[in-house]
Design a protein around this ligand. Structure first.
Ligand code: ATP
Ligand code: MG
Length: 760
């Protein structure tokens, strides 16, 4: 610890890099070992390998690869691994487990297209942003036969299938990462493998075809990802007793509705709009009165119509084929496209002032008449729904005329609702088509592809929900990998130096506590007719400042300390997005339509329809007048999800985005490091290594290796047999621990016994 360094026999004895790298306790074991190379952090923040030329006092002189010589504080040098460990496929194998070593190892592999690396039980996937020769039937075959054992999504999927069958426990594959990190691609790769191994009935094709459909309707080009999922997805794939796929079920979370009516410069709305405009047949165009994407206001505002390398017309054909495969009839498909066209035309509806109080009415033009025709309603009723609002006050109904901003809101709300209902309707159709057959065994593998943690310059309600979800998932991850691990040691009476890990319960309580938590207060304020984004912000500051994860900021902002970092949220729009009201007039309009989709949408909305604000609007209790807020619905969904995942054996995949420009071959250390920290990869490796990862009950151990004993102690209890085996094989005391019920071994220890057993 902080000894003075000196050169002995040409090797260097180094002080621990305590000051910078205190968390890597395992370095102490190696601190006095011979280290030839060190990681030196340059002013840019990047790490480079360096050789120490000399050390005096607190400082060392190091030589960098290009020949540059640098004087640094010795304590900041981080020991590097010997070359022989370059590119190991599990970070656990590294002798020095520090941040630069992990970064370097991933980069080394990445440069050779080995984008997958294990971090103990977790698979790390670094997005290649190009085609890599790792997929397809021959690779699937190699993993199935286990002739290829390098880390891969296929290997994870394979383990999931085997464990599902062996343990008779449902499995889950939980994929996380930032936008653009590769979650959706990874989920598809996993599905590919499951379909290949569990295929046969044909249902696997249907399952794979849900991807192009959901991506067309739920993905969009954003500044971060040309194919960004704007919803979360859980797909549960069911298997029969014989391990064949018998059906599947898709659940979606929180579709970003606002994108339908507005999106930022350079981004696009949902792919399907552009695909329809580019790919519809002349007959369909005429039926829907369809023009080109450039003619629609909703699509015009972001000034971006195409994606490099993507042919929207071609994609449209693929989507219709996929719809055929999941049994959406041609008739229904046409209704779906009519709804899309109606949304586009709604955006073109404009308003004129009709009186001197600035009340407006929609212009009677092509847009208005086309919308009416497409949804099958009377044009006057549409006009009314977009210019007036019926309000119930006690027992009277009063009619309020709308001003321009109110009318635009009503129009946009209608467009968003139609689109969201359409999306959920499609998911429902898909689920009907994939419905698990009668011969279900209840065994399933679920794949979760859900938006990662988001922190932008401006963060709104969407980020608030997304980050809350990530906070929950992080807890699941923590609980699984850390807490369970620790508890197992403690329960078995093992002396194991407690490893601190960040528990995020405090932050979760900030969100979930009743009645004084972020979600409760948000819902409460949403029920107040006079509640505004400012009163919400003030209320949060008044009640939550005691929680160390919360900080009130100026004006309408507040900051939450998430596990992955601080995020400042602007409450602007929070109440409206949370209330998500569609006025009863619009619902009535839809239910009066002659087309079946709008009717179906209206009835699905009526279940949660709004009623005049009397008393707590969002109180639970199931009465149809009580509409749930968006945040509460989301929380309920999330709780259900966590409960479901809680009954499965989880497999975690962490996707990493190596650069922000979606370009191959570019690996930015700082960006990767920040993601590795956020998703807990570094902690996982450290904890797994510092513990005793191999465990076996006394009974099993005695049964398995007892026959190798030279003296017969058959009459003895399993514990005595086990101890005798350990002694006979000279297993070093520091390499194992004897618990109340189990034996715990350090990595690799059981190998000797297995080898002997297999030879005998
Ligand atoms: P979002 O949260 O925005 O939905 P995501 O994590 O789902 O992002 P993906 O859409 O899966 O990200 O990946 C973004 C892009 O990265 C893909 O469109 C593809 O070009 C590339 N990509 C990801 N994984 C791979 C892979 N394994 N091989 C080749 N390219 C990949
Ligand atoms: Mg995605």
């Amino acid at each position: 610890n902080g000894e003075v360094s000196s050169l002995v026999d040409g090797d260097l004895i180094v002080p621990l890099p305590q000051s910078t790298d205190r968390r890597w306790s395992d370095t102490s074991v190696y601190a006095r070992k011979k280290v030839l190379q060190f990681w030196v952090q340059l002013p840019s923040g990047n790490w480079e390998l360096g050789k120490v030329l000399s050390t005096s006092g607190e400082e060392s002189v190091v030589k960098l690869p290009e020949g540059n010589v640098l004087k640094v504080i010795s304590e900041t040098l981080v020991p590097a691994n010997p070359d022989i460990l370059d590119g190991v496929d599990d970070l656990m194998q590294l002798s020095y487990l520090n941040e630069p070593a992990v970064l370097y190892n991933l980069e080394y592999r990445y440069n050779q297209d080995m984008i997958y690396t294990k971090a103990g039980p977790v698979l790390v996937a670094v997005n290649p942003f190009k085609e890599v020769p790792l997929y397809g039937n021959s690779n699937i075959e190699a993993y199935r036969k286990r002739s290829n054992e390098s880390p891969h999504v296929y290997a994870i999927a394979d383990t999931a299938i085997r464990e599902m069958i062996r343990d008779e426990v449902n499995q889950s594959i939980i994929i996380s990462g930032e936008s653009g990190a590769g979650k959706t691609e990874t989920a598809k790769i996993a599905m590919q493998y499951l379909a290949a191994l569990g295929g046969g009935s044909g249902i696997e094709y249907e399952i794979l075809k849900t991807n192009p459909i959901l991506e067309a309707f739920g993905n969009a080009k954003t500044l971060r990802n040309d194919n960004s999922s704007r919803f979360g997805k859980l797909i549960e794939i069911h298997f029969s007793e014989t391990g064949k796929i018998s059906g599947a079920k898709v659940q979606t979370f929180l579709l970003e509705k606002s994108r339908v009516v507005q999106c930022a410069e350079g981004e696009r709305s949902y792919h399907i709009f552009y695909q329809l405009c580019a790919g519809a047949s002349p007959t369909l165009r005429e039926k829907l009165n369809l023009t080109s994407a450039e003619e629609y206001k909703y699509l015009q505002q972001s000034n971006c119509y195409s994606i490099n390398g993507v042919d929207d017309a071609e994609r449209f054909q693929a989507v219709t084929e996929a719809l055929d495969i999941v049994h959406v009839s041609k008739e229904d498909q046409e209704s779906v496209f009519a709804m899309l066209a109606a949304v586009l035309w709604l955006g073109n509806v404009s308003f004129t002032v009709i009186d001197n109080e600035n009340h407006v009415e929609p212009e009677e033009d092509e847009s208005l008449s086309t919308v009416a025709k497409l949804i099958g309603c009377n044009i006057n009723e549409l006009k009314l729904a977009l210019s007036k609002r019926n309000m119930k006050v006690r027992n009277d109904t009063i009619v309020q005329k709308l001003t321009l901003p109110q009318a635009i809101d009503a129009r946009d709300a209608l467009a968003k609702s139609i689109y969201a209902c359409l999306f959920y309707w499609l998911v429902e159709q898909i689920n009907k088509s994939l419905a698990v057959g009668k011969r279900r065994t209840g065994r399933s593998i679920s794949i979760l592809d859900i938006y990662g943690f988001e922190s932008f310059d401006k963060n709104s309600f969407e980020q608030f929900c997304i980050n809350y979800a990530n906070e929950r998932l992080q807890q699941h991850f923590n609980r699984h990998l850390f807490k369970l691990e620790q508890e197992e040691y403690i329960q078995d009476g093992i002396d194991w130096t407690r490893v601190d890990f960040e528990d995020n319960q405090n932050c979760l309580s900030l969100f979930e506590k009743k009645p004084l938590g972020l979600l409760s207060l948000l819902d409460e304020e949403s029920t107040f007719p006079n509640g505004t984004d400012l009163t919400l912000a003030n209320k949060l500051k008044e009640h939550l400042s005691a929680n160390s994860c919360f900080r009130g900021d100026r004006g309408k902002a507040f900051t939450v300390s998430h596990y992955a970092g601080e995020v400042t949220y602007e409450t602007t729009g929070f109440l409206e997005k949370n209330r998500d009201l569609l006025h009863s007039d619009s619902i009535k309009l839809l239910s009066s339509c002659s087309c079946h989709l709008p009717q179906a949408f209206a009835s699905s909305m009526l279940i949660h329809s709004e009623k005049p604000v009397v008393g707590p609007l969002y109180k639970a209790g199931g009465a149809d007048s009580q509409r749930l807020s968006v945040a509460t619905k989301f929380k309920d969904q999330l709780f259900q999800l966590m409960q479901r995942l809680g009954n499965t054996t989880p497999h975690f995949i962490r996707c990493i985005k190596p650069n922000n420009v979606q370009s191959p071959g570019l690996y930015e250390q700082g960006l990767v490091l920040q993601q590795l920290r956020c998703c807990g990869v570094l902690e996982v490796v450290r904890i797994s290594r510092s513990g005793f990862p191999t465990r076996m009950s006394h009974q099993k151990f005695a049964r398995r290796y007892g026959f190798l004993l030279l003296e017969s102690i058959a009459a003895k209890d399993p514990l005595s047999v086990s101890v005798a085996i350990l002694h006979q094989f000279n297993i070093l005391p520091e390499m194992y621990q004897v618990g109340y019920t189990k034996l715990f071994f350090r990595t690799g220890q059981i190998g000797v016994l297995e080898d002997t057993r297999n030879r005998t």
